[in-house]
Design a protein around this ligand. Structure first.
Ligand SMILES: [Zn+2]
Length: 269
């Protein structure tokens, strides 16, 4: 069995869903939607894995977000225990976020790069794709991925989540064999239409990043995986294709990158 939609990046483990997790899951089931619940630190990674073990339609990703953390420590033993649990399909979200720091703060950039590279090496060792968060740091990110790609080849793979860069930036990620995923912003601004239209069809995915950034017509409310339907409809509209067909392709891309087949995960060795 495969779903009709795949929301590859959600935070159902966020407090915004406490008391309504069953409701959110029921609506997902009604829409035939699967999701990857993403951790941003040790605790939320653990709860992501837990949700995956409770619900068929939920997979999980584990890692440490660049800004939700003040040191550069990545507890490999702890995360190794999590990553070997069933239905854990990616490492992240991890990456670089320079949007909230001073451009001259080289110490902070160094800390983030170190933390990210630890997780990148970990993902390669565990043979998992990366779920990457990158904000205002694409050139540093691409320099790291480029160097590591030479070293590790196909074993280094992943997705740039919440992609809001331009066509040139996206192209470099595609050259590195990475995909990008589009969130709800595509429903309420035309700023990303060009990149949504330009991207090769096998290099794109859909995500809500809920509870944040709900798509139209739910803007301003709490976002949830069910709203992926609006995001996919808009991606299809921008690309000028049938929305059912678009949904199918986006699901196929997600199943392939995250090594999911018929509800089971398979890790190619
Ligand atoms: Zn996120």
């Amino acid at each position: 069995m495969i779903p009709r939609y795949f929301d590859i990046h959600s935070h159902l483990n966020d407090d915004a869903f406490s008391g309504d997790i069953e409701g959110a899951i029921t609506r997902m089931r009604a829409g035939n939607i699967w999701t990857i619940v993403v951790g941003t630190d040790a605790k939320s990674s653990q709860s992501a894995v837990q949700l995956g073990s409770f619900y068929d339609a939920v997979f999980s990703s584990i890692g440490v977000h660049p800004s939700d953390n003040k040191d550069d420590h990545f507890d490999e033993d702890y995360f190794h225990r999590l990553v070997t649990m069933p239905k854990v399909v990616a490492v992240g979200e991890c990456g670089l976020d320079y949007s909230r720091i001073d451009a001259r703060d080289t110490a902070e950039k160094k800390r983030q790069k170190y933390l990210f590279e630890r997780q990148l090496e970990f993902a390669i060792k565990e043979n998992k794709p990366l779920m990457i968060h990158c904000r205002d740091a694409h050139s540093d990110m691409q320099a790291i991925l480029d160097a590591k790609k030479r070293e590790h080849g196909d074993r280094l793979r992943g997705d740039i989540h919440f992609f809001t860069g331009d066509v040139e930036t996206a192209k470099k990620y595609f050259d590195l064999d990475f995909s990008v995923s589009f969130p709800g912003v595509v429903t309420f601004t035309n700023d990303y239409d060009e990149v949504v239209r330009f991207a090769p069809v096998d290099r794109i995915m859909s995500e809500t990043d809920c509870p944040y950034v709900a798509p139209l017509p739910h803007r301003g409310k709490r976002n949830e995986p069910f709203f992926i339907t609006e995001i996919v409809a808009r991606i299809a509209e921008i690309r000028g294709v049938d929305s059912r067909e678009m949904a199918e392709t986006l699901v196929k891309n997600a199943l392939l990158l995250f090594g999911i087949q018929g509800g089971k995960t398979e890790t190619p060795q």
